[in-house]
Ligand binder design. Structure first.
Ligand SMILES: O=C(O)CCC(=O)C(=O)O
Length: 244
């Protein structure tokens, strides 16, 4: 499991530590949270997109904290495929479920409709004065005039979206934590691709640096695809690769 903390709050000496937790990731081995990934109300739809072999590849519990005035609770506009070394993109889908009323004031999702029909774009850390959370890369150039939709949702509402869809989320201007749970599913028959020389090389390097720091294993000995294989778990059907 990875626990991520908000850049502004984690550095404040006045806020107790757990209030800075902005996200918990890679919890596919937790029995209680795993139940979310298996809910038939979700997986029956996922199967329509992916076919009968369904893997959970990336699990997140998002706890957007009240913004302390630095606007660091925002999530920059990005495409999730940027993080993934597996394909095809059309056989990956995200399910994102609101755990409470999510609206513009507490930083709902915002999406650029139709953007999933475009290419995977270059991402960078945005140059935000108040700081940017770790791994929160954003699309470098997108049309600021592209229509946007703010996804206001009730508890339990779920949105399914393509990994090329440009999306992000706004500042949490309330006193409460805005909670959501999500899983990225892929077909079990996905292929892993080499990211060298692609726009994804930057994030691959950053993740490998972190893996080296956390495990002590030199990054040259860690394969990015293995990190993702390690994060995966069968929901229905089978995996197309052998376990090591
Ligand atoms: O829930 C949010 O605020 C956005 C989450 C998201 O887009 C992500 O983590 O990739």
């Amino acid at each position: 499991m990875t626990i991520m903390r908000d850049v502004s709050i984690a550095k404040s000496e006045f806020v107790p530590d757990q209030k800075a937790v902005t996200k918990i990731q890679t919890w596919h081995t937790d029995d209680v949270l795993w139940e979310y990934c298996c809910l038939p109300q979700i997986v029956d739809y996922v199967e329509c997109f992916l076919g009968p072999d369904v893997l959970a590849m990336h699990t997140m519990l998002i706890n957007k904290p009240p913004d302390v005035g630095k606007l660091s609770s925002r999530h920059p506009m990005h495409q999730d495929l940027y993080y993934f070394p597996f394909r095809p993109a059309d056989r990956i889908v995200c399910a994102w479920t609101a755990m409470e009323h999510v609206h513009r004031q507490n930083g709902c999702l915002v999406v650029l409709p139709g953007s999933h029909k475009g290419a995977l774009l270059q991402h960078d850390y945005p140059e935000w004065e108040g700081g940017v959370n770790k791994m929160y890369h954003g699309v470098r150039d997108y049309n600021p005039d592209h229509p946007r939709i703010h996804l206001e949702m009730q508890p339990g509402d779920t949105v399914f979206f393509h990994p090329l869809l440009i999306h992000g989320s706004g500042t949490n201007r309330t006193e409460g934590f805005r909670k959501a749970i999500s899983c990225h599913y892929s077909t079990g028959l996905c292929d892993f691709v080499n990211l060298k020389g692609t726009v994804q090389e930057v994030i691959e390097n950053e993740v490998l640096d972190l893996a080296e720091k956390n495990t002590g294993i030199p990054k040259a000995q860690i394969k990015y695809e293995d990190i993702w294989k390690f994060r995966s778990r069968v929901v229905r059907g089978k995996k197309g690769w052998e376990e090591d």
